[in-house]
Design a protein around this ligand. Structure first.
Ligand SMILES: Nc1ncnc2c1ncn2[C@@H]1O[C@H](COP(=O)(O)OP(=O)(O)OP(=O)(O)O)[C@@H](O)[C@H]1O
Ligand SMILES: [Mn+2]
Length: 271
């Protein structure tokens, strides 16, 4: 007789690591006490259980796939896992106790740069996520069916404003609106048809649209073929502590820049 646990147990057989996503203290203690022959990694917004090996999640992602992807990428950043490792992720899909186990084979291609973007940007991770999502959505749908480009400069807004000038009146002049608000997201998409950059504060306030960026660009090295928008995006992140998220009108990719470097390149269609 084969028991169900024999069949489902395959999910965890031979794994090198166990990733516990936001475990309760008692759940975590049970794993520690079991003294398993696998590496134990806690992945959560904060290390509430005092785990020895811990990966910080920049956000509590609702989507389990995103949550796992970030946890794994964070572990790769910390060299806790490597190509070819198999790990079992214990996650919560519904409320209550952990109710799912997902086996993941570690692959270097999982190191996309997105973890770095969220964990190490100056702006709030939630703000980065909201802007990133607007860029992805614009990339998928375009504006009225036509491909559109956009440049969002997030964080360190005062300095960014000092290194830029208005191309037109600022529609966000006296408003106090924030990214993530559905109406604001519609506005961002609408205004993306026009020239220049959006400037967004660390906390997500839209400071300005239509900014022409004038950062010093010497020494900025970005891949050949990218034009003025991408050059301006890279350069402003070298000159300030901002992160830039760019949707290219010509190739449809979303790229992120920090400290003058490209840190992420994603095809919205595959995200
Ligand atoms: N310094 C700048 N600051 C703000 N926006 C800029 C700047 N330079 C260019 N742009 C914006 O980028 C748009 C596209 O310029 P360009 O084609 O040279 O960039 P690109 O990097 O090739 O981007 P894309 O891939 O979208 O074509 C311009 O119409 C302008 O709105
Ligand atoms: Mn171009």
């Amino acid at each position: 007789m084969t028991a169900l646990s024999d069949l489902l147990g395959d999910v965890v057989s031979g794994v090198e690591g166990a990733f516990l996503f936001s475990p309760s203290s008692s759940h975590y203690e049970r794993f520690v006490d079991a003294d398993l022959d696998v590496d134990l990694v806690v992945v959560a917004p904060e290390n509430a259980v005092g785990a020895e090996t811990f990966v910080e999640l920049p956000l509590e992602f609702d989507n389990v796939r995103d949550r796992i992807r970030f946890g794994i990428e964070g572990a790769l950043e910390q060299d806790l896992v490597e190509e070819g490792d198999n790990v079992a992720c214990s996650v919560r899909v519904f409320d209550g106790d952990p109710d799912g186990v997902v086996r993941v084979r570690i692959d270097e291609s999982m190191r996309s740069g997105i973890y770095d973007l969220f964990a190490n940007s100056r702006a709030d991770p939630g703000v980065i996520r909201d802007v990133f999502e607007v860029a992805i959505e614009l990339g998928k749908k375009g504006q009225k069916g036509k491909p559109v480009g956009a440049l969002f400069v997030v964080g360190d807004a005062g300095k960014v404003m000092n290194k830029s000038r208005p191309l037109s009146y600022n529609p966000f002049e006296k408003s106090h609106v924030h990214v993530g608000d559905p109406i604001v997201n519609v506005m961002l998409k609408e205004f993306s048809r026009l020239d220049g950059a959006f400037v967004i504060s660390d906390s997500g306030k839209i400071v300005s649209a239509y900014r022409y960026l004038e950062p010093a660009a010497e020494g900025v090295d970005i891949p050949k073929g990218l034009g003025a928008r991408h050059m301006a995006a890279a350069a402003i992140t070298r000159d300030t502590n901002a992160t830039a998220i760019v949707l290219s009108e010509s190739d449809g990719l979303v790229r992120a820049f920090k400290s003058g470097q490209i840190i992420l390149e994603i095809d919205p269609e595959e995200y």
